[in-house]
Design a protein around this ligand. Structure first.
Ligand code: NAD
Length: 407
């Protein structure tokens, strides 16, 4: 192979660089980046499509939360995605990046839309997302998939399979075959050959294993590492490093390993066997989407992307839903739950995060449903994005607290 030498030498460079810098700093308390304080600076990225609508609803909820719990979040908007292309001819302008980096945390709605689908790659909304992840060093993606009892019927799987499912997928976000070099399409022996490089350094695996260990130890203590170690050398290294990190530094975590093909099957067959799953970028991309479908609706799924230090980015898993944009039909709950993750993982406000999550469950208990989570004949009340946001804000103000908020 003409590129084998290049792969080998780039492996060595990447390896030494990461081994030297693999001290993970967020492990003291729930991965938090900043100390608890009275006022936080948060950058809001409303993005495209339904983004501005769910952002407004989330702002209203956060405002009610701050009022009740006596702290302040200064929200400042910045451009990303299609709207940034329209205004600044750049899907993630440097000004937005600098503002994000200066903030305590970043809350993103969603990006994309038909209007920009045929643009060249550098002027596509998704390019802005990739730039943001890379420039902010967001190497860990946390995607919970929790089946709420109120929405059991929204899943396409049988009730007895999904009832009680509460899975967290920890996906490595900045390495693997998506970023590995060399890559490209060359002419070899007169025909085109496409290639990418699945590559992980010890340091990259070490730091994602520490995030997963930390997350698992704060949940039920069960961690399943997913790889393809029976076939791939890179997976063999993955398995060795994950085993090493967890056995040495997370004695309270019970680690198991599973091949990715089996994991894809087991997630559908018996998802309750999983608590925390850790995997590389491409396996995580696929498995986190699969796990999210256990829940049933995209409108309910939050996510967090975090780095070794600095602000994380918190965003719903769904896209910009251009088919319903501007019609007050969007479900804002995934973004509200993303704000809860921000409070928990970035702002050291776990009690306030719990209050937001409780308010979301309470609004579902009240029988309010946006169109995406309304089932035929369920006797629930169909509401729009604005009404759903207001109802959650009201509950944040009035709900009886399960745990007293630490002031
Ligand atoms: P999508 O997630 O936007 O929509 C899929 C379906 O789910 C649509 O029917 C939509 O109406 C519905 N839906 C999604 N979120 C909803 C919500 N909060 N409330 C109610 N219904 C909701 O996926 P898509 O249609 O494949 O993509 C649309 C655009 O979004 C594309 O440009 C795509 O590139 C982009 N996208 C962005 C992100 C992101 O911002 N991280 C993620 C995925 C897709």
């Amino acid at each position: 192979m003409k590129y084998s030498l290049a792969i080998f030498s780039s492996q060595i460079t990447v390896l030494s660089a990461f081994v030297a810098t693999s001290t993970f700093k967020r492990t003291q308390f729930g991965l938090n980046a900043v100390s608890r304080k009275d006022t936080y600076d948060v950058t809001l990225l409303p993005g495209d499509g339904i983004g501005p609508e769910i952002t407004e609803a989330t702002k209203e909820v956060l405002s009610a939360l701050c009022k009740r719990c006596n702290f302040k979040i200064d929200l400042k908007s910045a451009l990303i995605g299609g709207s940034a292309i329209d205004e600044a001819n750049d899907p993630f302008p440097d000004e937005s990046l600098q503002q994000c980096l200066k903030s305590d945390s970043v809350l993103l709605a969603c990006i994309g839309g038909y209007k920009w689908d045929k643009n060249p790659r550098e002027l596509r909304p998704e390019t802005g997302l990739l730039k943001m992840r890379k420039e902010m060093g967001l190497f860990a993606n946390l995607r919970p998939a929790k089946v709420l009892p109120q929405l059991l019927d929204a899943s396409t799987l049988k009730k007895e399979v999904v009832e009680g499912v509460d899975v967290m997928v920890v996906r490595e976000l900045t390495g693997d075959v998506y970023f590995g070099t060399p890559k490209g399409i060359d002419i070899v022996d007169g025909e085109r050959v496409g290639y990418n490089n699945m590559i992980y350094s010890e340091g990259e695996i070490d730091r994602i294993a520490r995030v997963a260990g930390d997350v698992a130890s704060k949940r039920s203590g069960k961690l399943c590492s997913v790889d393809k170690a029976n076939v791939l050398d890179v997976s063999q290294l993955w398995r060795e490093v994950v085993t090493d990190v967890i056995s040495k530094d997370f004695s309270d975590v019970e680690l198991s390993h599973m091949y990715v093909d089996n994991a894809a099957m087991q997630l559908i067959r018996w998802p309750k066997q999983f608590d925390t799953i850790v995997c590389g970028n491409i396996f995580g991309d696929i498995l986190s989407d699969e796990a999210s479908m256990l829940v049933g609706s995209l409108g309910m799924l939050p996510s967090a992307s975090i780095g070794e230090s600095g602000p994380g980015v918190f965003e719903p898993c769904h896209g910009s839903a251009p088919d319903i944009a501007g019609e007050n039909k969007a479900n804002p709950l995934a973004m509200i739950l993303s704000a809860a993750m921000m409070l928990k993982y970035d702002l050291e406000r776990p009690d306030e995060a719990q209050l937001l999550e409780d308010a979301v469950e309470a609004v579902l208990d009240q029988g309010l449903r946006t169109a995406d989570i309304k089932q035929d004949g369920d006797n629930c009340e169909l509401v729009g994005c604005v009404e759903m946001g207001k109802a959650v804000a009201e509950l944040v103000t009035t709900l009886e607290l399960k745990v007293p908020i630490t002031v």
